[in-house]
Ligand binder design. Structure first.
Ligand code: 5GP
Length: 178
């Protein structure tokens, strides 16, 4: 892994593909254990979760369904603080167990918005699975149930996470090189 340039910024290697995959398997194994008797809905938060979602689901051995919702809270490398629902959930989730799949939990604004949307639709339970979690940035009180890795409050790129739409296809994670 080398230093890379994406648009106008330089990023250095941060989390290897091997370490990412080990974290994904760790999260999958906990979920497999916790939902042995259920049929959860895995709800992916687009765009950033798509790689984690795909790899996670390959290691899930439960009866389950999948769906997606699209939200946005970032412009460039700064949170706008506002989360807008872009593409809503179509199916009936009343009485269902939801596992929200996030690429990264930062301020927690996205999670709060999702809880609002899903509570109105009367889901039976809502749990959060995130590949990355920034505890120093998190400002909310919802528990984060499944965490792949905790990271400091730095801007990261790759494995689904973008900088102005770019870099999502990288198979490992990079961090801003200042
Ligand atoms: P939150 O609502 O928790 O502040 O932010 C959640 C969303 O912000 C994530 O799903 C992700 O799209 C974006 N985000 C947060 N931190 C980072 C980061 O370090 N890098 C990138 N590329 N996106 C981030």
């Amino acid at each position: 892994m080398d230093i890379i340039t994406v648009k106008d910024k330089s990023f250095k290697p941060y989390i290897s593909e091997e370490d990412l995959q080990a974290s994904v398997r760790k999260v999958a194994s906990k979920i497999n254990n916790d939902y042995k008797d259920g049929t959860p809905i895995f709800l992916g938060i687009l765009n950033g979760s798509f790689m984690f979602f795909g790899d996670l689901l390959k290691s899930i051995d439960l009866e389950c369904t999948v769906s997606f919702i699209k939200l946005a809270s970032y412009e460039g490398t700064n949170s706008t603080g506002e989360v807008n629902e872009l593409i809503g959930l179509k199916e009936n989730i009343e009485g269902k167990d939801i596992i929200l799949v996030e690429d990264i939990v930062d301020t927690g604004n996205t999670l709060v918005k999702l809880h609002e949307i899903l509570s109105k639709k009367k889901a039976r339970s809502i749990k959060i699975a995130t590949l990355l979690y920034k505890p120093e940035a998190y400002k909310k009180h919802h528990p984060i149930d499944y965490v792949g890795m905790e990271i400091p409050n730095d801007f990261v790129l790759g494995y689904g996470l973008d900088y102005d739409g770019l870099g999502r296809n990288l198979s490992s994670i990079y961090v801003l090189n200042d």
